[in-house]
Design a protein around this ligand. Sequence first.
Ligand code: FUB
Length: 333
Amino acid sequence: MKTIPFFCLMLGLAACAPSVNQKTFVNEGNPLIRDKFTADPAPMVHDGTLYLYVGHDEYYEGQDTASGGREFNITEWLCYSTKDMQTWTDHGSVLKPTDFEWAVGEAWASQVVEKDGKFYYYTTVQAGEPHVGKAVGVAVSDSPTGPFKDAIGKPLVSDDMTDNGARGWWNDIDPTVLIDNDGQAWLCWGNGTCFLAKLKPNMTELDGDIQVVDLPRYVEGPWLHERDGMYYLTYASMGKGRETISYATASNVAGPWTPQGELTGMAENSFTIHPGIIEFGGKWYLFYHNAALTIDGHAGAIGRRAVCVDELRYNADGTMQPVTQTQKGVSNR
Ligand code: FUB
């Protein structure tokens, strides 16, 4: 029998192990991530691994009485990954609003998509002069865990490109991107109004007009996905005083979109809820956040949220079955 030299064994183990500054943790149920407040989950599958990008909700003194968007304090986006939904690796911070030279403020919701071996991070930041207001930025990397760099040196969508509607300067938030079955990439975003536009093949420029999708009780947080030729636009909708998740379906991303009602009720203790939907290992998952976590004596709150995940199932006609938000989540424990 051949023996493997000790140093080869150690090299092999090192190659398999997460790097020294990465932690792993086991899925104990919901909330999934328990050592930090996290929000706006955006899953992506690449090469047999599910990557989960989230905003890091950070506590600050005075947060509980802040309003108008200042109750959120997200200064970085974090990345986690798993191969089995049970053991998760914490990759730490992979992008910050300060990585966009034109940005002056905090990080809000985002989504990462892969095209031709590059990973595009579409995200919400606060833009400074001359594009003052919430804006959509895009960063790019050769790796799903970064480093991500601003792809264009300016906002992809700035406040002056859309009608402000009821939400004024903060309506251009929460980008979601889907490459449809014809290879056309779509960007959808918005608070108060749901905007939709084509992206050019370079993924970093809009292609043509921005259209408005009319959806019942639409608030924010759109998420586009596709299954068996049916397209889904899932979004945060206004429930009884707090957000719920609703969705619409279409045979083409351009529409028309057919409203399909609520997918979830309100999230525990949280005004907001934000969908992130993905197929992984033969199952479908709905990621969202609630505010049911307490860390260091700081209870969950509007700006101190906690990412969760539950399984998502479909009916024979392609509609999604309502998701019950559970404590067990998809933990095997
Ligand atoms: O996290 C800040 C904002 O709260 C997001 O942009 C919205 O979708 C809501 O979750």
